[in-house]
Design a protein around this ligand. Structure first.
Ligand code: PLP
Length: 366
């Protein structure tokens, strides 16, 4: 049996270091916003190539807080519009709504799973103030195009970088340093995953970082002095300790994911299946390896029978979710098609080459 992702196995490599850090944590007795959080924020900013990193409790809050921060800076007003891809994970849309702004969904394209740039032009209005691409499945969005569009329409650029830790553009810039501000998630299944929830915001904007540091902690600029209406959304100290250990393995894990992707792309040969586009560069960290097929449900059932776990990312687009019924009248044919046809194959960096061969064999036999 090859599960879709065995997180316990992923983390087992670090067990003795985790135990050591947990002992130190117990000895110290400092549980919230301590040295480990500070150390991780510095290390992750350095890793991404930004001046600042602030750690909130999760990726959803990271996205929401960036927008709340811009509101405090008067760069955004309640109700301003934010361009978001219609095939993104629900959290991108919720982050915008929870910040009191209006998500404007944009049609997707089925090659890089990102914005259809022609549709972007149709959706932008004088109320549009932010463009918020998601580096979906671990592949960087075409940020040159995004920045050109943002410049033409005077928009802030915020990226949802929850799936793209370590992805590197041809310029050498890493995910997290390609926008005015970026939100990251350390949910356990992500390429850099904690042993619980965690998030980060990276930016070069010193004033924004300062506001966000306060906003994640009741708006306190000093203890018990609330300057803003903040949240309680702090990266947990013990999770930061675990992340400090795991960050060191991120690049080699991403390289392993790319090696598996390379094999899938070369060796999967099945006319019923469309493989994902990849230019072969480090701009993709294969958080997910997403194939498309008209016979998606049959393939998933077949693979299950042969002992291979798969997951659908995602079965329902945001505008068809009951929770977002205000968007239900919208139509995004490409996005809707994608949600019917996508299937994610296992791509854990722990997969053995025999396991990868077995998966390829079974996919080809379908
Ligand atoms: C995981 C994820 C989030 C949300 O992160 P949480 O830490 O689960 O809140 C946001 N956007 C995308 C694209 C994600 O994959």
């Amino acid at each position: 049996m090859i599960p879709f992702l065995d997180i316990k196995q992923l983390n087992a490599r670090f067990e003795s270091e985790f135990k050591q850090e947990f002992e130190a944590f117990l000895d110290k007795g400092w549980y919230v916003l301590g040295d480990q959080v500070t150390q991780f924020e510095e290390a992750y900013a350095r890793y991404c190539g930004t001046q600042h990193c602030v750690g909130p409790a999760n990726g959803l809050d990271a996205l929401r807080l960036i927008l709340e921060g811009y509101k405090i800076q008067n760069k955004l007003q309640p109700g301003d519009e934010v361009l978001v891809a219609s095939n993104t994970y629900i959290a991108t849309v919720l982050g915008v709504l929870q910040a009191g702004l209006q998500p404007v969904l944009v049609e997707a394209e089925a090659t890089a799973f990102n914005f259809d740039f022609a549709d972007l032009t149709r959706r932008v209005t004088p109320q549009t103030k932010v463009i918020m691409p998601t580096h979906l499945y671990g592949q960087l969005c075409d940020m040159e195009k995004v920045h050109a569009f943002a410049k033409a329409h005077k928009l802030l650029v915020v990226t949802d970088a929850a799936q793209s830790h370590g992805a590197t553009a041809v310029s050498g810039k890493r995910s997290g340093s390609l926008a005015d501000a970026s939100g990251h998630s350390f949910y356990p299944t992500k390429n850099l995953g904690a042993l619980g929830d965690g998030g980060a915001i990276t930016t070069d904007d010193k004033e924004l970082a300062q506001v966000l540091r306060a906003l994640r902690n009741y708006g306190f600029e000093k203890r018990y002095v609330s300057t803003y209406m903040g949240l309680n959304s702090r990266l947990d100290e013990i999770q930061a300790a675990f992340l400090n250990i795991k960050l060191k393995a991120l690049d080699t894990d991403n390289e392993k994911r790319r090696a598996i992707a390379r094999r899938y792309l070369e060796e999967i040969k099945n006319p019923a299946i469309t493989l994902p586009f990849w230019d072969g560069s480090d701009n993709h960290v294969f958080h997910l390896f997403v194939i498309q097929t008209k016979r998606r449900d049959a393939l998933a059932a077949y693979l299950k029978e042969t002992g291979i776990g798969t997951i659908i990312h995602y079965p329902i687009p945001p505008h068809k979710q009951q929770a977002l019924s205000d968007f239900a009248h919208l139509e995004f044919p490409v996005t809707e098609q994608l949600h019917k046809e996508v299937l994610s194959l296992p791509i854990s960096p722990m997969l053995t080459s025999q396991e990868v061969s077995y998966i390829i064999e079974q996919v080809n036999a379908f």
